[in-house]
Design a binder for this molecule. Structure first.
Ligand SMILES: Cc1ncc(C[n+]2csc(CCOP(=O)(O)OP(=O)(O)O)c2C)c(N)n1
Ligand SMILES: [Mg+2]
Length: 267
């Protein structure tokens, strides 16, 4: 499947998943759909038939509340049947709203308590190096999430250990749970901050699949430093009424009517 079609299908399946429980983290799920499409169609070395393969690339979705978008991508890759998408957060489900390594094939780290994913990813990348595994470890962090101090401990550690197979993405959608990130606690200049911590850094349009692909390819060319790619995105991207909803899109409804309208737009 073409990467843009893949991204569209991720958006459709994300909304299918959230629609199954009527509401959820719509905004921050839709903002990473293009990134997930590029990763899972062009970069992630994974085998759905062997999801725990030691040599696999790993993805830490540190902003674990965007689970529905990752589930959408994983189901399209064949890690589990698409019908599971209709069970989000239901009793006995394998798809909790926040990602859990013990429940879902293809999920490489539990997350949901914000701020911890980069540290976990450092551990995974260091372990791979010690074991002689040449995989990449990718991390997706929210812009509001960067306000958590543990990120910067992880950043220091990654640079100190020269974890050059670690690629951090910051989903800079400019919003957090109850407002604009710049009003709640401004974290810009994100790229300059990671550069100051010793990272190789880039900034790209997070909805331009080719630009994301190029940035990842370029990061892989630079040795001796961990990488940070700041992606400028729109919360709720892909569906007009979610894009313009404001911070309320963080957690909102997907009613039958909204779902039908969204599918029409994503046709
Ligand atoms: C440690 C911690 N504090 C608070 C929360 C509640 N919470 C969930 S999502 C969120 C907003 C995060 O904003 P951002 O990282 O920008 O995520 P995105 O915009 O991508 O949804 C908050 C505060 C949490 N999950 N973990
Ligand atoms: Mg945000």
């Amino acid at each position: 499947m073409d990467v843009k079609q893949f991204a569209k299908q991720i958006r459709r399946n994300t909304l299918r998943c959230i629609h199954s429980q009527g509401s959820g983290h719509v905004g921050g799920s839709l903002s990473i759909a293009d990134l997930l499409a590029v990763l899972y169609s062009k970069h992630m070395r994974v085998d759905p038939a062997n999801p725990k393969s030691e040599s696999r690339d790993k993805l830490v979705l540190s902003k674990g509340h965007a689970g529905p978008a990752l589930y959408a991508a994983l189901s399209l890759k064949g890690f589990f049947p698409e019908e599971w998408l209709d069970t989000l957060n239901k009793l006995g489900t394998r798809l909790p709203s926040h990602v859990n390594i013990n429940l879902t094939p293809g999920v490489d780290m539990t997350a949901g308590s914000l701020g911890q994913g980069l540290s976990c990813a450092c551990g995974l990348a260091l372990a791979d190096r010690l074991k002689g595994v040449d995989g990449y470890v990718y991390v997706i962090i929210g812009d509001g999430e960067l306000q958590e101090g543990q990120n910067w401990e992880g950043a220091m550690f990654a640079a100190h250990k020269k974890l050059d197979r670690l690629i951090v993405f910051v989903d800079s959608n400019k919003m957090q749970i109850d407002g604009l990130t710049e009003n709640v606690l401004n974290i810009e200049d994100i790229q300059a901050k990671f550069a100051a911590f010793g990272f190789d850094t880039q900034r790209a349009n997070g909805h331009d699949c080719e630009a994301i692909d190029r940035a990842i390819a370029q990061a892989k060319q630079t040795c001796g430093k961990p990488h940070c790619i700041v992606l400028d995105t729109v919360k709720g991207k892909g569906v007009s009424f979610y894009e313009t909803m404001g911070p309320g899109v963080h957690s909102t409804t997907v009613t039958d009517e909204q779902y039908a309208l969204a599918l029409k737009e994503l046709d």
